[in-house]
Design a protein around this ligand. Structure first.
Ligand code: NI
Length: 284
């Protein structure tokens, strides 16, 4: 230290005798010369933390666009007594479509029913708002690949692209990966099993809604084939399939069926899903 520093440190001691007119801050400043620096560092830290917090809450807001708040009237399966109940999962493939899916979601809300949507990556990419709405309304959203190719006809890389590109879209919208995959046409080979690394969810009731385009036929096929633990296959891209849903829900309820998502069904039946394995239903 230089002598001037020493002398300046002595200096404050001189006027100490006449202390009266000095304010609190200057007294503090004299007694604790480091206090100013500490205060500046402290305030600086607060500002930095605040900025960090702002960026954190900005990303929070991003996820807030897709809140996972449960559907208002729906009681989650874990909170419902599903023992000795007949369970059924409604599943809708190939969407979301802006022409038909919002109307289906309205019906499901009105009927207080949850469904599982196996969405196509390119359809989801074009309609992210519908995906967010499904998520908000507590429906289950799963993958049906990117472009609905017949996977076993593709190379290893082709299959990987179909699955991974869809996962990327899904993650981009919902911030998480899908946990279930339905291969298009239900067609699977060993490459599909290995690449997917997800449980493959097929179906036990095929309404053939894409072919018959008839709500009465859809209802008839369903009521003839439905069973406890059934997975019902429909497509939300056809207006006639959406038309079939209100009566389908009412009739299944009249027959003591409870609607659950696929994951709720899996949980209710205490099944441990394995990646690459296929599931057609979850019977008791
Ligand atoms: Ni399909």
């Amino acid at each position: 230290m230089s002598t001037s520093a020493k002398s300046s440190s002595k200096n404050p001691k001189l006027p100490k005798t006449e202390e009266k007119p000095r304010g609190l801050f200057s007294r503090l400043n004299t007694r604790f010369p480091w206090l100013k620096l500490v205060t500046v560092i402290y305030l600086g830290l607060i500002i930095i933390l605040d900025l960090l917090d702002l960026t954190i809450s900005k990303t929070d807001n991003l996820t807030d666009d897709f809140p996972t708040t449960p559907f208002s009237k729906h009681v989650k399966a874990t909170e419902r007594d599903l023992k000795n109940k007949k369970l059924v999962a409604l599943t809708f493939d190939d969407g979301p479509s802006p022409e038909t899916t919002p109307r289906l979601l309205n019906i499901l809300t009105e009927k207080n029913t949850l469904a599982t949507f196996f969405v196509l990556g390119y359809m989801a990419e074009n309609n992210p708002d519908i995906i967010r709405r499904m998520n908000r309304e507590a429906h289950e959203i799963a993958s049906h690949t990117m472009y609905h190719q017949n996977l076993p006809t593709l190379s290893w890389d082709g299959i990987a692209h179909e699955i991974n590109a869809a996962n990327d879209v899904y993650r981009g919208i919902l911030g998480r990966n899908p946990t279930l995959l339905r291969p298009p046409y239900g067609n699977i080979n060993n490459n599909v099993r290995n690449i997917a690394n997800l449980p493959l969810i097929l179906w036990s009731v095929d309404t053939l809604d894409w072919k018959n385009r008839n709500p009465d036929t859809i209802l008839e096929i369903t009521m003839n084939q439905v069973h406890d633990g059934a997975i019902i296959l429909m497509h939300d891209i056809h207006p006639t399939s959406v038309d079939a849903v209100p009566r389908l829900i009412d009739t299944l309820r009249e027959n003591d069926y409870e609607f659950v998502t696929v994951s709720e069904l899996v949980a209710a039946r205490k099944v441990e899903l394995a990646p690459g394995a296929s599931y057609f239903n979850f019977e008791p």
